[in-house]
Design a binder for this molecule. Sequence first.
Ligand code: NAD
Length: 369
Amino acid sequence: MSIDPFSFADDLGPEKVIHIYDPATGLKAVLVVDNVAAGPAIGGIRIAPDVTVEECYRLARAMTLKNAMAGLAHGGGKSVIIGDPRAPAEEKARLVRSFARAIAQIEDYIPGPDMGTNETSMAQVKDLIGRAVGLPREVGGIPLDEIGATGFGISVALEAAQDHGNYQLSGARVVVQGFGSVGMHAARFLAEKGATLVGVSDSRGARTCPGGFTLDRLIDFKRTGGSVSEFDEGEAVDGADLVGVDCEVWIPAARPDVLRADNVKTMRAKVIAQGANIPATPEAEALLAEMSILVLPDFVANAGGVICAAVEYHQGSEAQALTTIEDKIGTNIVAVLERAVADKLLPRHAALAIARDRIATAMTFRRTF
Ligand code: NAD
């Protein structure tokens, strides 16, 4: 079977698609550098057993759009290593180092953490090739998951969208699907703005508590290895029923495509802030618009992590990272929602138009040969 290597090519990229194989270490990996008009691409290294070139390309494009939307001096890229994300640390380190050696010369790609890699992996990459983001504090990093950079950005997005969505965070009831790094910190920052967590899930189950969970206790319980479904407040429910829970704010923060045409009609929230990447299908987003439920698109609302990574790369501080997230996401959400109203577009389509315009302009500054 022959595969057209340019089947993904369009007006933005991808600029490079590199297949890497090292028989000595068993490394099999793909790197996609999608677009570098705004600067060297930032994007994570994902370790997964079943990733495809197409998935890597789609993730790289998502980073191009997210970085452009956030107004960063960086393009988008992504890499995937075919492997077991739960492999012993030494085995993972061997693959990560082998990958880092292989991409040493691809200087317009700056690796970051993603599913299956973490700040230790990034320290191993930086040690070999002198560049990586999402590093441990000890080597100049800002630990973005520990400080909750993405969850903070979600809370900023929700605050900025209050008037457009006709809701108030003070007193709002919040549902979080996926109580991990993004979901937990989003709930924590929203609680500071007066909101209450009333529904929550993780990979082992779901729970609701109409009067509101005691958040600090729930976070401690989860951090010590418990599943939210076993917590001692509220009642256990089927994870699928979380969509219909009575609330103002609904935050998907786990896997793709959790909101679909077949389940979204039971949604009762006023606003959905997309913490996860591509958590709703296009059909679901169209239905939500018909139901007058506001959707804050993933690549605008969940950019807190990559903004933090960019601040780290340019040697900024943790305080600067948080201020930059607040400034950029707050401004961008308003710009997207105003454009959506003016041009009668879904928020995602308005955001795509803005991001694509920025990339197209950045591309005009590049030399052609
Ligand atoms: P995480 O692994 O820390 O948390 C994910 C949580 O989702 C876990 O609690 C897990 O138990 C739960 N989960 C998994 N499958 C589930 C299911 N079927 N139903 C309910 N819960 C389920 O990951 P994270 O870093 O919080 O990332 C969550 C999502 O946000 C991912 O899609 C990721 O790509 C995206 N994202 C993360 C960041 C970041 O800074 N970490 C930035 C942008 C986007």
